[in-house]
Design a protein around this ligand. Structure first.
Ligand code: 5GP
Ligand code: ZN
Length: 132
């Protein structure tokens, strides 16, 4: 079976996935950084002065489902986090890289992503709100 380059690209894309649509340019976003593995753009509803999302170009739903083959990508996303922090001027003051996994953590977009948060003092991490 033969696929065109465009069709092959779409194998790694999940239809109706918000972040797949953004990285494929079918939904608008404010791009901060881009390379062949990932894209970073401003969060539409920022919870810090700087709030950027780093999203792999290929669809990965959950960290829980990541395998050995994702190790390079996950490391790359962290390094891009440090780069985005430098680029947005929050590196020196300090910043947080966070990934929400599943319902209790508040994951609402089921396409793995890292939040880059900074630009001022951040709240305490992981304060429990109650049972699920
Ligand atoms: P999660 O809670 O899944 O870890 O984070 C998803 C993030 O995506 C949220 O912070 C939310 O504000 C952001 N978000 C949701 N819809 C959009 C959108 O259409 N564009 C952008 N740029 N961010 C979005
Ligand atoms: Zn996706």
């Amino acid at each position: 079976m033969w696929w065109t380059a465009e069709e092959e690209k779409n194998q790694l894309r999940q239809q109706d996935c918000l972040f797949c649509n953004i990285v494929h340019g079918d939904m608008p976003s404010t791009e901060i950084y881009s390379d062949d593995q990932c894209m970073a753009f401003n969060d539409i509803n920022p919870v810090a002065n700087v709030h950027v999302l780093i999203v792999p170009r290929d669809h990965v739903t959950y960290l829980t489902g990541a395998t050995e083959q994702h190790e390079q990508l996950l490391g790359h996303l962290m390094r891009v986090g440090a780069r985005v922090a430098r680029q947005t001027g929050i590196s020196e003051g300090g910043y947080r890289l966070a990934m929400n996994q599943g319902v209790d953590a508040g994951q609402i977009v089921d396409h793995l992503h890292i939040h880059v948060l900074g630009g001022g003092l951040l709240d305490k991490l992981g304060t429990p709100l109650g049972p699920s």
